[in-house]
Design a protein around this ligand. Structure first.
Ligand code: ADP
Length: 881
């Protein structure tokens, strides 16, 4: 910044520039009175993002300094927008009052004109470290991740700072993409010299990622001598944890947010899905990036933010352990079978505040009296639920476990209830949140200032009477405090030396006075008020300390409430859509009866259309379904609905089908031919092939793969060849369950050699010249593609369709002559052992056409030509003379 070269910066400029440098790549919010000001490039960037006025102030190096500012009281909403736009913000607060600054100057022997209020960066606001309600989405976890690689393994430390939930795991370097896709972090921190992190990663000193220091930090945070009770963590995990905690310390300027004991996550305990699969299945957001149109958008019936966040976690990481899945399903079943109790439960849950996030704010030191009130209310409701549910008969194990975690806060809630007013404010600086009767000393202080206020009110009446000025008023403002005010024309009487009033201020039309008595009462109010505030503040700190001490139990109750909400919400969804409980099996079958796509079905329902349910029956000896049929016929929908049903089932949800038996799937892959993804703008065919290669490298025989028009992104020949080879590899090498949608009729020939492959198609009919898509799956190959009919349906002009018809006729004629584009496939080594198919005997008509084609007319005499005609006529059956 040119500013640094300035020969003699003013003290304020020098201070600003020092903080500016410290803020690094973050925007600097520089506190000046009631505003946060931004200068230079920061101002230009922020003004553009926030759409606020860019002004100038003073000059620096001969140039006007660009400036913009936001009011402190509404800073949160501006922060939210800056964070969303990808900025980080350093908050520089005034860390002393002007009086303190003056006193300091005096001590240091500086002239008071030279002193500047001390400022320091008190916090970095970054996307991954937010706790403020206004900056967070209630239904989305906000995850910060730190990564550290040790000998080919990447340690991953992930924390949701808003609730303190922390998970440590490890993965091979080449599967990091899939893990990050699952975690979907809003911020990733990596060592400065490591280049394998995601593009937008934040680089931090390598030294902060040391595993032994990481272990020490975790022990210190949790006050334990060993981490063994939490799990056995690898060095890579601890290195990542070290980097994570150091970063939190850095952005919080020495104060750490809520961190719950780390949970060890076995990467192999959940279904693997890579980023491409997650994207194409639109699990947590649609292709447009919205919740609407995504799987969770169609499934989520939770009534609390915490419930929705847990459901998102469940759907992001479906389980592999049949017993754990059954435990969740049993919880859903319990509530599914009890509609009345379910409605009651949901009513109670709906009113419960977001305990986890209130706790997060309180522990981070950003809690308000309202947060304490939320903890009080939420924990009391949890206890009430405990009482109610304990008596329920036939509780499944997970419910019993959840219920057990709802209590144990009696003393705390009791204390909070006695201490706090019914609805405490979000601001604590003006007090008023500690209940009357909680602290006798506070009551007394309040009584004192109450008395004084009443005394002042009485004084006004008395002064009016004594002076005979009916319009005399006792008023209050921030500068003078209390004063007596009369209109200018009445002022003389009070000006008299013996009046008992002292003059303070003359305004246009009014004059202000003080009196000894008023001064005394005002002082009483100020003193009592100050003491009362200090008193409330002390109580607040004590309550916060009590909450902090109980943080793990509170977090456990919050998690239990979320699990209850997810169970009941899934039951609600199942009841609403008549979804069934899936049967979980350990084999490699997949039997879905009358399956539906939850998102497409919901979208159709809005326009009053019905979704056509379809079955899917895969088994070891019939594990690859090749699905043909017209565009728009429902192929993609069918593929995805089956993948989603598997995903839902293993996440412990009921599924949109009338019956489903799911052989556990270890990895789920979904690939969509590149043509659907043109918007991505990269070499889409390249992307498609890279993603397809990943399947071939990673899928196992227990995986489930859906391939939608793979090979479409390149020329017909290349595409067909690749689709063919991929289908063969999936069938014969990987031998996993697979649904493969394609418009290449030629692929049907795979059925001749692949014994576990069968042919299916989505049905369509042409009726009175129109195409009717039935969206119904049937056995056997597709008879034709209906491409032109689809084009007409889509509104392609009639003359263009007519022309296409003519071109098609020509193409088809050639195909007949040459055997089509797959004609040469019989020579592939794979087929070399096969007996060449017997050529079909040519029909008399074909023989005739062949002879006609072969005839060299120029070489014939008229007589020979006539003879040929007679001969041909004779060979055609049923043609007499
Ligand atoms: P394809 O992959 O064969 O081109 P899609 O699966 O994309 O076809 O389906 C096209 C449209 O048809 C969908 O957007 C949906 O509106 C409708 N559709 C698909 N499947 C069904 C179904 N089973 N029942 C009713 N409508 C369906």
């Amino acid at each position: 910044m040119a500013a640094l070269e300035d020969p003699k910066p003013t003290p304020m400029m020098a201070q600003y520039l020092r903080l500016r440098e410290e803020a690094g790549d973050a925007l600097l919010f520089y506190r000046m009175g009631d505003f946060f000001e931004l200068f230079f490039e920061d101002a230009k960037r922020a003004a553009a993002i926030l759409d606020i006025a860019l002004t100038t102030r003073g000059e620096h190096g001969g140039q006007a300094i660009p400036m913009c500012g936001v009011p402190v009281h509404s800073a949160e909403s501006y922060l939210a927008r800056l964070i969303k736009a990808g900025c980080r913000v350093a908050i520089a607060e005034q860390v002393e009052t002007p009086e303190e600054a003056k006193a300091r100057a005096k001590r240091e022997g500086l002239p008071s004109s030279k002193v500047l209020v001390g400022r320091a960066i008190v916090r970095l606001v970054t996307a991954g470290t937010l706790t403020e309600e206004a900056l967070l989405e209630p239904r989305r976890a906000n995850v910060l991740v730190a990564l550290a690689e040790l000998r080919g393994s990447v340690g991953i430390a992930a924390v949701d700072v808003s609730t303190g939930a922390m998970v440590l795991e490890e993965c091979a370097a080449d599967t990091l993409g899939a893990v990050l896709a699952r975690l979907s972090p809003s911020e990733v921190v990596v060592p400065e010299d490591w280049s394998h992190g995601p593009e937008e990663a934040i680089y931090r000193p390598r030294t902060t990622f040391a595993s032994d220091a990481g272990a020490e930090r975790l022990k210190a945070v949790h006050g334990v001598a060993t981490l063994d009770a939490f799990g056995v963590f690898t060095r890579a995990m601890l290195a990542a944890a070290g980097g994570l905690v150091a970063y939190l310390d850095h952005v919080g300027r020495g104060s750490l947010p809520l961190l719950l004991p780390p949970v060890l996550r076995e990467t192999a305990s959940t279904m693997a899905m890579d980023a491409a699969t997650r994207g194409s299945l639109e699990i947590l957001e649609s292709a447009q990036g919205a919740r609407a149109g995504s799987l969770i958008g169609a499934v989520d019936r939770c009534v609390t933010g915490a419930g929705s966040r847990l459901l998102a976690e469940d759907l992001s990481a479906p389980l592999l352990d049949a017993a754990a899945i059954e435990a969740r399903l049993a919880l859903v079943q319990f509530w599914r079978d009890r509609p009345i109790e379910r409605a009651q439960l949901r009513d109670i849950l709906r009113a419960i505040p977001d305990l986890g996030r209130a706790l997060g704010r309180v522990v981070a030191g950003r809690g308000s009296p309202r947060d304490l009130g939320q903890l009080r209310d939420g924990l009391s409701e949890a206890a009430r639920l405990h009482h109610w549910l304990t008596g329920a008969p036939d509780k499944p194990a997970l419910l019993a476990d959840v219920i057990a975690r709802l209590t144990g806060h009696g003393a705390l809630t009791d204390h909070l209830s006695r201490a706090l007013v019914p609805s405490p404010p979000t601001e604590r600086s003006s007090g008023g949140f500690i209940a009357d009767g909680y602290d006798a000393a506070l009551d007394e202080l309040r009584a004192t200032s109450g008395d004084a206020r009443r005394a002042i009110a009485a004084m006004e009446a008395r002064y009016r009477e004594e002076t005979g000025i009916a319009t005399l008023k006792i008023r209050h403002n921030g500068v003078l405090g209390y004063f007596i005010e009369v209109a200018a024309r009445h002022a003389d009487a009070l000006m008299a030396p013996d009046s008992g009033f002292t003059h303070r201020q003359t305004m246009a039309g009014a004059v202000r006075f003080n009196s000894l008595k008023l001064h005394e009462e005002a002082a009483r109010i100020a003193e009592a008020g100050g003491h009362a505030l200090a008193c409330e503040e002390a109580h607040f700190e004590a309550l916060v300390a009590e909450v902090v001490a109980a943080r793990e139990n509170i977090a456990a109750s919050a998690a239990a409430l979320a699990r209850l909400d997810v169970g009941a919400g899934n039951a609600e969804r199942a009841a609403e859509g008549d979804w069934c409980r899936p049967e979980i099996a350990e084999d490699s079958g997949l039997a879905i009866t009358a399956g539906r796509h939850p998102v497409v079905e919901a979208a159709l329902a809005k326009t009053g259309e019905r979704f056509v349910a379809n079955d899917c029956q895969l088994a070891a000896d019939n594990r690859l379904w090749l699905i043909g049929g017209p565009n728009m016929g429902g192929k993609s929908t069918f593929l995805r609905q089956n993948a989603l049903i598997v995903l839902l089932a293993q996440a412990g949800c009921f599924v949109p089908a009338s019956a489903a038996r799911i052989g556990l799937v270890d990895r789920l892959f979904s690939r969509v031919g590149a043509a659907d993804n043109l918007a991505r703008g990269r070499s889409t065919f390249m992307v498609e092939m890279v993603e397809t290669a990943a399947i071939l490298a990673q899928a196992t025989h227990r995986s489930f793969v859906i391939l939608d028009e793979v090979g479409r992104g390149t020329s017909t020949y290349d595409g067909l060849a690749l689709a063919w080879a991929v289908a063969e590899a999936v069938h014969s090498q990987i031998a996993c369950r697979c649904l493969f949608a394609t418009h290449y009729h030629e692929l049907a020939r795979l059925a001749e050699t692949c014994e576990a492959l069968s042919l299916h198609h989505v049905r369509a009919r042409e009726w009175q010249g129109d195409l009717v898509l039935l969206h119904e799956l049937a056995d056997g190959p597709a008879d034709r593609s209906y491409g032109l009919a689809v084009a007409r349906l889509a509104g392609v002009p009639a003359n263009v369709v007519a022309r296409a018809k003519a071109v098609l006729a020509k193409l088809e004629a050639t195909r007949e002559a040459t055997g089509g584009i797959a004609a040469g496939l019989g020579d592939l080594p794979l087929f070399a052992n096969l007996k060449p198919a017997e050529p079909e005997p040519a029909s008399p008509e074909q023989q005739l056409a062949e002879a006609l084609r072969a005839a060299d007319l120029d070489a014939l005499t008229p007589r020979e030509a006539l003879d040929l005609l007679y001969e041909w006529k004779r060979t055609l059956p049923g043609s007499g003379r």
